[in-house]
Design a binder for this molecule. Structure first.
Ligand SMILES: Cc1ncc(COP(=O)(O)O)c(C=O)c1O
Length: 373
């Protein structure tokens, strides 16, 4: 069989202002090309323990079980739920966008009985709404997304929601895929039982790793499970054994991806979380002001608008998909369409991690202005 002579790989350098991935930080790009290490090499094990310390810093936790799973953010979703749920468990899924609904579906596939409470796209839950739902049955756990990438809304009051869950004997699983490294995530102060994220949003690394952290209640449940978790690959006890303790073989993790994530986290730690969040917010404000000046108001109220992901209302008479395609073709700028019912009504503009820079915002606003003329 003849193999066609494909050309050298030469992808365009895009300015990634969509809902993820964000742009890979140049320092991360450099370390990705370091020589590979075996998955049990003492040098790699040392890198894991540094990465773990950095992950604890961004998650603001002392949880011993804090790792980066081999897999994208979805592996974090699956791992959190697979490790905690046994068939027949009752789960409360708080759904205020696509990713909340995905968590509900994963829990159902694991054999849980799932009750959903839902908010229209672009809205968030009040603590009272969640507390009322928690009281209805003896749930084992509840799921909620901190930063809904499908709408650009930050679910506020996570600490109070976690307290309500615990008052009712319920565990809380928090999706921090778009929030970690972009806005404050305080796992210990908020008393979160399990949270996961992804390497490609605000952490400046390519996709392929899912940071996860497990609090004491969740760890106890996992350690006392009657039956092992059905997924060998996502089994957190196996991760604990591979990352800590005996360093027993579990799977052949990608050394390169771990080099990258460690570097992305190091960049954040060097700047400091507070400074990073303030800079990302001030960049987002620059975008919001620029959009307002063009009569393209952000869709989410300021009170719970996410700096890493802005939804902006498409002006009347404009074809949002044509503008998006032209931004990509003519300016190498990626943004996304709205999600679901918002598909033709909003654009989704991400300022995640290394994508969030003044020069990108200036270029994007100028390009948009030109295209809307
Ligand atoms: C909030 C949220 N959760 C989960 C995911 C799934 O992550 P991944 O696409 O890396 O599997 C995403 C991806 O965009 C997300 O935004």
């Amino acid at each position: 069989m003849n193999v066609p002579a494909f050309s050298d790989l030469n992808p365009p350098t895009r300015i990634l202002l969509g809902p993820g991935p964000g742009m890979t930080h140049p320092r991360v790009v450099r370390v990705l090309t370091a020589p590979t290490l075996g998955h049990l090499d003492p040098e790699l094990l040392k890198i894991y323990s540094e990465e773990q310390e950095l992950l604890r810093y961004v998650f603001q936790t002392k949880n011993e079980w804090t790792f980066a799973l081999s897999g994208t953010g979805t592996s974090g979703m699956e791992s959190a739920l697979t490790n905690l749920i046994e068939p027949g468990d009752l789960v409360l899924a708080c759904v205020h966008g696509y990713f909340g609904a995905r968590l509900a579906e994963i829990a159902e596939r694991l054999g849980a009985t799932v009750d959903r409470i839902e908010k229209p796209l672009g809205q968030i839950f009040s603590v009272d709404e969640i507390e009322a739902a928690l009281k209805k049955k003896k749930y084992k756990l509840m799921t909620i997304v901190h930063a809904e990438t499908s709408t650009g809304a930050e679910q506020l009051h996570i600490k109070e929601i976690a307290a309500a869950a615990h008052k009712n004997g319920v565990l809380i699983v928090l999706d921090t895929v778009t929030s970690l490294g972009g806005i404050p995530v305080k796992i210990d102060e908020w008393d979160i039982d399990m949270a996961y994220s992804a390497s490609q949003k605000n952490l400046g690394a390519p996709s392929g790793l899912a940071p996860i952290t497990v609090g004491p209640r969740a760890r106890e449940i996992i350690e006392k499970r009657a039956k092992p978790v059905s997924s060998f690959y996502l089994d957190l006890k196996q991760y604990a054994n591979y990352w800590g303790g005996a360093h027993g073989y579990h799977h052949t993790a990608s050394a390169s991806l771990h080099f990258g994530l460690r570097e992305g986290l190091r960049v954040i730690a060097e700047e400091g979380l507070d400074h990073t969040f303030a800079r990302l917010r001030s960049n987002a404000e620059m975008l919001w002001n620029g959009l307002e000046d063009m009569d393209i108001p952000p869709f989410i109220p300021m009170e719970y608008r996410l700096p890493p992901l802005t939804t902006a209302k498409v002006p009347a008479g404009c074809d949002p998909h044509e503008v998006r395609a032209r931004l990509l073709d003519e300016y190498n700028i990626e943004i996304a369409a709205g999600f679901g019912a918002l598909k033709d009504q909003v654009w989704r503009i991400g300022l995640m991690g290394y994508s969030s820079r003044k020069e990108n915002i200036t270029l994007f606003l100028a390009a948009l202005k030109e295209l809307l003329k």
